[in-house]
Design a protein around this ligand. Structure first.
Ligand SMILES: NC(=O)C1=CN([C@@H]2O[C@H](COP(=O)(O)OP(=O)(O)OC[C@H]3O[C@@H](n4cnc5c(N)ncnc54)[C@H](OP(=O)(O)O)[C@@H]3O)[C@@H](O)[C@H]2O)C=CC1
Ligand SMILES: O=C([O-])CC(=O)C(=O)O
Length: 265
């Protein structure tokens, strides 16, 4: 008999609630919800006991991070050293190369990344074996309110708030952008993880009041081929910075980790 993965979720928000509910309803074969960690008291209706992070590491053999980049920075290495596996949603934390190296070499737990809101990462990772890509571009377009940041000046905020069409709010590399938009451009770091180079991925972040769907366009080219992946997702109604599909991407990752057969890996 294959073992059942004991799963803990950190972050009971837009992603965590959908993932936790599906696990509690036994919709992922080979995985069970064991505990939850969150900043706020979750109350009686939570489908599993709320525990401290330390207790989650004792009770679980797999922790899903659905809380934010700070949690990966603060807890990532400790989770892996305790022998617990870690599935990360906040891939933007990996723009810190020191942390990235630590997590990739830590153990005995293993670190995994969910594909999250973007597609095509599996293929881009495979393409690396054929040689480097000459150009990789990501264009992310979201509702202006989901992109507002404390570091933005009055002029940019005013342009975003009064925009009647698309406004570029930042252009940079996958090294710079996820740090500036920690809750809304993890996808840039995910593309860089697939490509294997933070500086090779040029990122443009666009605020658009007409963006009823969040759009991510990944374009890459090299001597061996050209690649283009475009997705348009409905935002989560409670947290429009996050696309509705993301928890289902996490559930797909969990199903693969739990060893469900027939998964596309
Ligand atoms: N890879 C991808 O494609 C995507 C990745 N993400 C990442 O996933 C993260 C979670 O997304 P989402 O569920 O939409 O966010 P939400 O804000 O809806 O939920 C996050 C939850 O985690 C809690 N939390 C934050 N910090 C901690 C902590 N240190 N310890 C315990 N709980 C904590 C928050 O509490 P409180 O509000 O009190 O801080 C909140 O309840 C995002 O911040 C982003 O980094 C999101 C979308 C796509
Ligand atoms: O959900 C999305 O579309 C993307 C997102 O928030 C992120 O990358 O952090």
């Amino acid at each position: 008999m294959t073992r059942v993965r004991k799963v803990g979720i950190v972050g009971w928000g837009a992603i965590g609630r959908v993932v936790g509910t599906a696990l509690a309803e036994q919709r992922v074969t080979g995985a069970e919800l064991t505990c939850l960690v969150d900043n706020r008291p979750l109350g009686e209706s939570a489908p599993a006991p709320q525990v401290s992070f330390d207790e989650a590491m004792e009770r679980c053999d797999l922790i899903v991070e659905a809380a934010g980049q700070g949690v990966v920075r603060e807890w990532g290495e400790r989770v892996l050293s305790s022998g617990t596996d870690l599935l990360i949603a906040s891939t933007g934390a990996l723009t810190d190369e020191e942390l990235s190296k630590q997590l990739l070499s830590a153990g005995p737990g293993r670190v995994y990344f969910t594909g999250g809101a973007v597609g095509g990462l599996d293929l881009l990772q495979a393409v690396r074996s054929l040689g480097p890509l000459d150009e990789v571009r990501l264009t992310t377009t979201k509702l202006p309110s989901t992109l507002e940041q404390p570091w933005m000046g009055a002029e940019l905020l005013s342009r975003m708030r009064t925009a009647t069409g698309p406004v570029e709010v930042m252009s940079g590399t996958a090294r710079d952008v996820p740090v500036k938009f920690p809750k809304s451009t993890n996808v840039a770091a995910s593309v860089a993880l697939a490509v294997g180079d933070l500086d090779a991925v040029r990122v443009q972040v666009v605020a658009d009041p007409g963006a009823h769907h969040t759009r991510h366009v990944v374009e890459a080219s090299g001597a061996h081929g050209t690649y283009r992946f475009e997705v348009a997702h409905l935002p989560d109604p409670g947290n429009p910075a996050t696309s509705q599909v993301v928890p289902y991407a996490v559930l797909r990752s969990l199903a693969a980790l739990a060893g469900r057969t027939g998964q596309i890996l």
